[in-house]
Design a protein around this ligand. Structure first.
Ligand code: HEC
Ligand code: HEC
Length: 418
């Protein structure tokens, strides 16, 4: 049964939306009572996007540190580490990306001609001065005639953007909202001289594409797969555990993880961080508008077997029962109906959910499921399924499905289109 607070929320939403909303609310409630229900629910009403706000949000998403230099430079002293030891070669190795559009043609030509020293940290400082390192903002000043990195901060783009590799591997046009699954954030933080050996061990254990956004709060170590920050316009609750709205989570990360200056208070998690002046709250609407403008790009036409994926769609919607939770008309999730899932009911480890508000898992809205080399697994919150075949096997065992080998490969082919 849906929990009472979800019912209260649904009714409250219906009130706000007026009469049409009330009807939608009743429909929602009936869907809740039916649990997963049939795959024909009402999609969220989507107000039009405001182009000015979208443009403002894009700048924030890419370039705003919310003043987090007070942590990454003043406390963690990463600017010193970069100056001493981080060559472009090392930066690319730990998954940092370079925005080719920020490089002047002369620099591009010099890179192609092999005239740029990619083994020298000084080159990294030059890239930061050009504002070319995705998600990393450096303040470079001239000290005794030399470019000197005096501060460094991070932005949302660090984890939720990558580049299209159009110039060379790791250097290309920005792909905002795509998770950077090459990025080893843990290894980067572990470079800080200001952390303890015990913390260092945890950070170094995560590996590329993984991050634990709760470690700094509860000290546990259960990193999750970095999700896309796109395709969420019609999705009512965010993160793997469906804790709350997009802006709630943006504020959580900006203040408690990026260490931006702002206010994040949530008695449900026992968190109260007030770091003034607040450089976060006023930016949340624009930031949300930009994320909502980022739609899921289609898979390359040549990348999937069209006939097989058509058959796979029928398997997904039919015998494999996927569509009962991944509702195709509702961004492939059932969360808009107020539904979340007990870990055991979906065959997932309860440990990560136990750290959240809901203690449950949200049906992941399926997007960018397979876009090699950018996204190609692992799947589920903790990456417990390495491949799409493993995902299908997980559900065959969980739901006791009997699928032929052909149905399984067709289903995988369809998932690749999402
Ligand atoms: C250090 C890496 C990192 C940074 C920086 C970061 N995020 Fe995330 N983000 C994550 C991880 C990991 C999750 C998954 C957390 C979970 O589900 O428990 C996540 C989840 C999200 C989600 C939810 C996606 C979904 O499927 O519902 C959105 C949206 C998002 N982040 C946007 C942002 C924005 C906006 C910023 C900047 C304010 C930001 N993130 C900064 C790592 C990061
Ligand atoms: C009972 C509801 C339910 C059913 C049925 C269901 N799923 Fe899921 N699905 C979930 C939940 C909940 C998650 C999130 C689990 C997690 O992250 O640990 C999920 C996650 C996934 C993911 C991972 C997405 C990602 O980016 O990590 C894929 C892929 C997926 N499901 C595919 C399927 C397929 C294919 C089927 C049918 C064979 C199916 N699901 C049936 C609820 C369901």
């Amino acid at each position: 049964m849906p929990s009472p607070d979800i019912i209260v929320q649904t009714v409250a939403t219906a009130r706000r939306l007026g009469r049409a909303g009330a009807v939608a609310g009743v429909l929602l409630l009936s869907a809740l009572v039916l649990k997963c229900g049939t795959p024909t629910g009402p999609p969220l009403p989507l107000p039009p996007l405001d182009p000015e706000l979208v443009a403002e949000g894009r700048e924030i998403f890419r370039f705003d540190t919310f003043g987090d230099e007070t942590f990454w430079a003043d406390t963690a002293r990463l600017h010193e580490v970069i100056t001493q030891a981080v060559s472009p070669e090392l930066a690319l190795q730990v998954g940092l990306k370079v925005d080719a559009d920020a490089l002047p043609q002369a620099v591009k030509d010099a890179i192609l001609a092999g005239e740029v020293d990619l083994t020298s940290p000084a080159t990294t400082v030059t890239l930061l001065k050009l504002n070319a390192v995705v998600g990393v903002m450096g303040t470079v000043e001239t000290v005794e005639g030399r470019d000197t990195l005096v501060r460094v901060g991070i932005t949302c783009a660090l984890c939720h953007s990558t580049v299209d590799n159009s110039f060379t591997e790791g250097i290309g046009g920005r792909l905002d909202g795509w998770p950077n699954r090459d990025l080893n954030v843990g290894a980067i933080i572990a470079l800080s001289p200001a952390i303890t050996p015990a913390q260092k061990e945890v950070y170094n254990s995560w590996g590329p594409g993984m991050y634990d956004a709760r470690f700094s709060i509860d000290g546990l170590n259960i990193p999750v797969v970095m999700p896309p920050a796109l395709g969420l316009r019609g999705v009512s609750r965010e993160i793997y555990t469906g804790d709350d709205t997009l802006s709630y989570w943006n504020a959580y990360v900006a203040v408690t993880q990026m260490h931006g200056r702002g206010r994040f208070v949530d008695p449900r998690l026992g968190i109260s961080v007030v770091h003034s002046p607040d450089l976060v709250t006023s930016k949340l609407p624009a930031l949300r508008e930009y994320q909502h403008s980022l739609e899921t790009p289609a898979a390359d036409a040549g990348a999937v077997d069209e006939a097989a994926s058509q058959r796979g769609r029928a398997v997904f919607n039919g015998v494999a029962q996927c569509a009962t939770c991944h509702i195709p008309t509702e961004s492939f999730t059932d969360v808009n109906r107020g539904v979340l899932h007990q870990p055991a009911a979906v065959g997932q480890d309860p440990a990560y959910a136990a750290r959240s508000i809901t203690k449950q898992y949200r049906t992941t809205p399926l997007r960018l499921v397979f876009r090699p080399p950018f996204t190609q697994g692992p799947y589920f919150h903790d990456g417990s399924a390495a491949t799409l075949d493993a995902v299908v096997d997980h559900y065959v065992a969980l739901l006791g499905l009997s699928l032929t080998a052909q149905q399984k490969t067709d289903l995988v082919e369809y998932l690749k289109t999402l």
